[in-house]
Design a protein. Structure first.
Length: 549
């Protein structure tokens, strides 16, 4: 770079977007010079545009969960201003753009923190059974066209389950073609990636493969579905039943949302229900309402025919609708074109499992394998957090062919960079309750996150993971060291930290600021979402300190 005649700033231009994409360390040295005849304002505008390209690249990377790459792109956007002769404030226009860039980066990083530090629970989706189960479908009169089409389809299709075409079922077929048309089409498309595996497991477990469509009525094939009754996953298990069939549920993992494991559990449950009632319709009714409800109805009305029991007061409306909805789903799903549906099947993503020890942020995993965090989360829907579980080995699923890449990548990632979390070192006299109060969280969440029994005392000096509930209740993300001991072996009280906003001055470094406020570089980075030690004059840092000024 050179100083233009008259004191103007001559800014070098070049392929800054390419530098962002390839992760080059220095932007300024790679930009070729431009003609000195070019007006200064044009040169400034061009630099700003190129820096904005890096900024946009970082935002896109942040959206994919690539936190490290995003931070590097943001750094290069800032470098474009800082390496200009005269600095980022050489001209008013340049200074305004620099401030805007800093504010944008800060806002995006705050949004990333608000989205979760690895411990915010993933949000569920509504379960379809809550919607379709309450419709008065049994009261409808099916059309003759529906009856003729369904009868022809059943004659032509091979079924391993005896489909019934009574008015209740045909009314549901009409419903799928009418009011629930969009819902049915989306569910069938989504289910195409799960159905081959469901059929395989049902065949292995001795359950009719056509009953795979029970999952359509329950959840529309959504692994994250959660009903008003707190049933979860593709097969909508309540907690108790899920545990009975071996589905692990703790603070980190809920295997009710694992399509493969939950399908195996559903098949065994349905087979057990069939063993009780010797009828698949009653088995499905019991799956929805509970085996006790079905048994009481049989005993009271003296029949084991579901259709007869559905005309009594045995079942709620949801269960009366449930079985015909499944029959109708089988009829339509096996010949969708006859009912005007055009379904483009979705292939199940090919994946492989990689054993990962301890807590690792899924965003770190996504960046390691070059995918998006949404892709990794979709492959591992049983994870309740944006992290693999702490304190144990978890087999995380990644795109096929990326397993070795992930193993090599994680071997090079330091433990303190694998996941962002708050920790607390237990001091004498502290309990889960007092620690939870300090951080504005719940003692049971701390116990669950650390695999602790709530009634057992805490070991002095042990380090705990501190989950914070929601972006509005964030405590300082630092490690609280044990209080120092006095000569009499008493424990000195540790002052509560206070929040300070510090504006970075020219010549400041993270090390000098940490020394001034009695903290560490790591804490400063954690509080401010920094992934390097680079700071710029004019930045505002959040600091938690016990020192008085």
């Amino acid at each position: 770079m050179r100083r233009a005649p008259g004191g103007g700033t001559l800014v070098a231009l070049g392929m800054l977007a390419s530098a962002c994409a390839h992760g080059r360390a220095s932007v300024a040295t790679e930009l070729p010079h431009v003609s000195e005849a070019r007006p200064q304002e044009d040169r400034t505008a061009a630099l700003i545009a190129e820096a904005d390209t890096c900024l946009a690249t970082g935002i896109a990377q942040l959206k994919d969960g690539h936190l490290t790459s995003a931070r590097e792109s943001f750094d290069r956007a800032i470098d474009a201003y800082l390496t200009a002769p005269g600095g980022a404030y050489a001209t008013p226009k340049l200074g305004d753009a620099y401030r805007r860039t800093l504010e944008t980066i800060h806002l995006r990083e705050v949004e990333a923190l608000a989205a979760g530090d690895g411990f915010a629970e993933t949000q569920p989706e509504p379960a379809s059974i809550d919607e379709v189960g309450e419709m008065a479908v049994a009261d409808w009169t099916p059309s003759e066209d529906t009856r003729r089409t369904a009868e022809e389809a059943v004659r032509q299709e091979t079924n391993d389950f005896p489909v019934v075409l009574n008015n209740a079922v045909l009314s549901c077929v009409d419903l799928y073609q009418g009011r629930l048309r969009d819902w049915f089409s989306a569910a069938l498309t989504r289910g195409s990636q799960y159905l081959p595996r469901i059929r395989q497991i049902f065949a292995e477990e001795g359950v009719p493969q056509d009953l795979a469509y029970l999952a359509m009525v329950e959840s529309a094939f959504r692994p994250a579905a959660l009903s008003r009754a707190r049933a979860k996953g593709v097969w909508q298990f309540i907690s108790e039943t899920g545990r009975r069939y071996g589905l692990q549920q703790d603070w980190w993992v809920d295997e009710r949302s694992d399509p493969d494991k939950a399908t195996r559990a559903a098949a065994r449950y349905l087979r057990e229900l069939y063993g009780m009632f010797s009828d698949w319709n009653l088995a499905m009714a019991a799956y929805n309402s509970g085996e006790a409800t079905v048994a009481k109805g049989i005993a009271r009305y003296g029949t084991k025919d579901f259709w007869e029991l559905s005309r009594t007061r045995t079942f709620r409306r949801e269960t009366k609708n449930y079985v015909p909805l499944i029959h109708a789903a089988i009829v339509v799903a096996k010949a969708p074109e006859k009912y005007g549906f055009s379904v483009t099947p979705e292939a199940a993503p090919e994946a492989e499992k990689v054993p990962v020890q301890g807590a690792v942020d899924l965003r770190v995993i996504a960046e390691c394998v070059g995918g998006s965090v949404d892709q990794v989360r979709a492959l591992n829907p049983e994870l309740r957090r944006l992290s693999t579980p702490a304190g144990r080995t978890f087999e995380v699923k990644v795109p096929a062919g990326a397993g070795e890449t992930l193993t090599r990548c994680l071997a090079s990632v330091p433990q303190d960079k694998r996941v962002q979390f708050r920790t607390h070192v237990v001091a004498r006299g502290q309990t889960l309750y007092t620690i939870a109060r300090r951080y504005g969280t719940r003692s049971q969440d701390i116990a669950s996150a650390n695999g602790l029994a709530a009634e057992k005392p805490l070991a002095v000096g042990s380090e705990l993971i501190i989950p914070i509930q929601g972006p509005g209740r964030r405590a300082p993300a630092m490690t609280i060291r044990p209080a120092t001991r006095t000569a009499s072996n008493a424990v000195a009280a540790t002052p509560e930290p206070v929040r300070v906003s510090y504006r970075v001055r020219p010549g400041d470094t993270l090390e000098s600021i940490a020394t001034q406020y009695g903290t560490t570089i790591r804490d400063l980075q954690s509080w401010n979402g920094l992934h390097t030690t680079r700071i710029a004059a004019g930045n505002t840092l959040t600091i938690y300190t016990t020192r008085k000024f």
